[in-house]
Design a protein around this ligand. Sequence first.
Ligand code: PEP
Length: 250
Amino acid sequence: MARRPLIAGNWKMNGLKKDGRALAAGLAKLMKKEKKPAFEMLVCPPYPLIDRVVEAVKGSGIKVGGQDSHTAVSGAHTGDVSPAMLADLGCKYVILGHSERRTDHGEKDALVKAKAEAAIAAGLKVIVCVGETLAQREKGQTIAVNRRQVRGSLPDGADAKNTVIAYEPVWAIGTGLTATPEQAQEVHAEIRATLAGLIGGEADKMRILYGGSMKPGNAGELMAQPDIDGGLIGGAALKVEDFWGIAKSC
Ligand code: PEP
């Protein structure tokens, strides 16, 4: 089953106006030169930069996404942003259930699922993140944790068009430690098998991204694995050359 790789940049809480514009414009310039990109490219800036980034990537084919969104369309939720607002700004995707949100904001699977269902209803595609901590890996719980998170966070009505899964071992995020291609493939294959139990044949079409210290130097061998369909990239998404280098290794 041919799945088009998705190269997604998670800028996290980084960048002022000029940085966001420069990064987006640098990527747009390179993308415009690509005749037939072998990958889909997505950048997810912090909220205040979304408008500018949408403007800067216009005509390049690069898509823009949010890093989180609420379960409600509008209302009394101070500091939150609804999926309808992201869609209105021109976003096509939203990242949900990132381990930093699970840790910093206590987000649990049921909330991630509800957010994903609201985002899909607003017309966004969702990137649902799962992944084990180092302690869980050391206790031999890797497969069980990822299975549980996929089962608990997958939105009702998920299909390959509206949902992407990102496997991000928490111990590899921002640490410089990367899962080996074999370690990553083992979990990706398990996630696909879990998806097959939930959504049948659609699991074969659904993209599963790897995330965790992906760089130009290790992206090629990770993405060569049969069940790895792209990357969710943090640190290396903040430099045009690094992010582009990862995309080109598809
Ligand atoms: C992430 O936060 O989604 C991530 C994968 O970060 P990094 O690439 O910096 O490990």
